[in-house]
Design a protein around this ligand. Structure first.
Ligand SMILES: Cc1cc2nc3c(=O)[nH]c(=O)nc-3n(C[C@H](O)[C@H](O)[C@H](O)COP(=O)(O)OP(=O)(O)OC[C@H]3O[C@@H](n4cnc5c(N)ncnc54)[C@H](O)[C@@H]3O)c2cc1C
Length: 501
């Protein structure tokens, strides 16, 4: 829910600023959106409002040890800006890259930090959005209007992780921290640490803490698949040795990675057992023949049903092989004063317990939306290709890929938005909305994503908040970059799904 303490509406006398486009958020999507508007729609005025004190989004708000990407930066980086470092990058490296994009394209003058948007209202009479925001430095209530709202707010609540409530947590005498709310003063040197979780975050934190902590125990309810390999792309290295320009290295490496990922994704559906064998074989190479891989690293789901994190140089497994970290696969019965008692009766002792237990899904940036005076029921809308929604005029939303880098889709949506805005200008239209066509009326209306296809916890917990999908490519976010890279540029803006006014 929106933070009501921040809902100070400006009085009517207060000045309202107008922009053609208003971008919510200065994460990798919002900065990309600003770049696309600047380069493809230079005649449009726009502003980016960001609640944090700087850009970066995910890569600014997460502060846990070792924070890094789990997908490669050739595809997580923008199409238009070569990535020059190792493919798996730290948060600082990603922010440096984003900072360069902002500086090189003079985007900074469009971004206003410490501006929290609380309320957004669409008015069909004026064909404008009105946004109420708070300047977090001065406390001043601000009002903006815009013709088009470009939602780049991400998909989870920043600075408040999902913390399950286990019995007797208050009894623990040590410190409990969530990976999304990392305390800057946390000194873990020489301490016994339990990390609860099995996803990419746990797999990053554990090797990062392992050298300094006395010991790190990964406590997981069920295992996750990981991919491992060298943190380098041989092709990129070779092209650089040949003196190929970085723009070319970036493009060729992207194509190679995407080609390989496509092949791999198809194999996870066509021959899941074989892929599973390969993934587990790679883990076995680090942990040796006697390690209990069946219990600790063999998930019950097929590969790619949850995000597959890349472990550079197998550092998680190296930590385990060296005895600095260990894995317990069990459920939590309750906390004790010394640590955690598992359901199988084992007491794990710790000085610090880290919950790497995921997010709260947050679909609209905790902004209260109204359409012509009525509160928006986002979950009742149907999505057009995961970026527009029935009944919501003049708005696009960036929701990236799970099985490919998020930014690939942010770039595709950027091209689409610019094309749509130009089309509206060329045809003199001020409003666009998507609506089911006659041929869509008997289409089954389904939840946002099929859990058989992809089912991480935060999505399953938050599915009721998300819009619906149909069973045609137009009416769903199909998670398939390889199809959408050709389909998006071919979208007919005159299709009956688009209603203009
Ligand atoms: C630890 C971690 C690692 C990840 N690694 C990868 C990876 O390797 N590859 C990958 O593809 N994906 C990864 N993801 C997913 C990742 O979140 C996205 O890929 C990407 O960074 C999202 O960018 P974004 O700009 O869309 O959203 P965010 O990074 O969430 O940024 C959204 C911004 O909008 C601002 N905002 C939100 N609401 C408001 C409001 N009401 N008013 C003003 N501002 C607002 C926020 O403050 C934030 O700065 C990772 C996620 C996490 C948490």
């Amino acid at each position: 829910m929106p933070d009501t303490a921040l809902l100070h509406r400006p009085d009517a006398a207060q000045q309202t600023e107008h922009f053609d486009v208003l971008i919510v958020g200065a994460g990798i999507s919002g900065v990309g959106a600003a770049y696309h508007l600047t380069t493809q729609c230079p005649e449009k005025s726009y502003v980016v409002l960001e609640t944090e004190e700087t850009f970066g989004g995910t890569w600014w708000t997460h502060k846990y040890p070792g924070i890094r990407s789990d997908s490669d930066l050739h595809t997580f980086g923008y199409r238009f800006k070569p990535w020059i470092g190792a493919p798996i990058a730290t948060a600082d490296e990603i922010r440096k890259y984003m900072g360069d994009v902002i500086t090189e394209n003079d985007l900074g003058r469009h971004i206003r930090y410490q501006h929290r948007i609380n309320h957004a209202a669409w008015d069909s009479q004026t064909k404008l959005w009105t946004l109420e925001a708070t300047n977090k430095v001065t406390g001043q209530a601000l009002r903006f209007t815009c013709s088009f709202l470009y939602m780049c707010q991400g998909y989870y609540r920043h600075r408040q992780g999902y913390m399950p409530q286990w019995p007797n947590m208050e009894a623990f005498q040590g410190r409990i921290v969530h990976s999304e709310e990392w305390p800057e003063d946390l000194d873990y040197s020489g301490k016994r640490v339990i990390v609860i979780g099995s996803g990419a975050t746990a797999a990053t934190i554990i090797p990062a803490m392992a050298g300094k902590a006395a010991h790190v125990t990964m406590l997981q309810r069920s295992p996750t698949f990981f991919r491992t390999g060298r943190n380098a792309i041989e092709l990129a290295e070779e092209l650089r040795t040949l003196g190929v320009a970085e723009e070319w290295v970036h493009e060729i490496t992207r194509r190679k990675i995407l080609f390989e990922q496509d092949k791999f994704t198809r194999r996870t559906f066509a021959e899941p057992e074989k892929v599973k064998g390969e993934l587990l074989g790679a883990v076995r190479n680090y942990l040796g023949p006697d390690y209990d891989i069946a219990t600790h690293f063999t998930p019950s789901y097929r590969p790619w049903r949850q995000r597959l994190a890349f472990i550079p140089d197998g550092d998680l497994f190296q930590g385990i092989a060296q005895g600095k970290a260990s894995v317990v696969t069990d459920e939590i019965e309750r906390f004790t004063d010394k640590g955690i008692l598992t359901k199988s009766g084992q007491e794990l002792e710790a000085d610090i317990i880290v919950a790497a237990t995921g997010f709260h899904l947050n679909v609209l940036g905790d902004i209260a939306f109204e359409i012509d005076g009525k509160p928006l029921a986002f979950h009742d809308t149907v999505t057009y290709r995961g970026m527009m929604f029935t009944g919501i005029p003049n708005m696009a939303w960036v929701f990236g890929y799970f099985r490919a880098s998020w930014t690939l889709r942010a770039d595709l949506v950027g091209d689409f938005v610019c094309r749509l805005l130009k089309h509206m200008d060329a045809t003199g239209k001020k409003q666009v909305e998507v609506a089911l066509r006659e041929e869509d009326h008997n289409m089954p209306i389904l939840p946002w994503i099929d859990p058989e296809n992809f089912n991480p916890g935060y999505l399953m917990r938050g599915m009721h908040l998300l819009p619906k999908r149909g069973d045609k490519p137009e009416w769903q976010h199909n998670q398939d970059y390889w199809a959408e890279k050709d389909e998006f540029p071919a979208i007919q803006l005159t299709d009956a799904a688009f209603k203009y006014a």
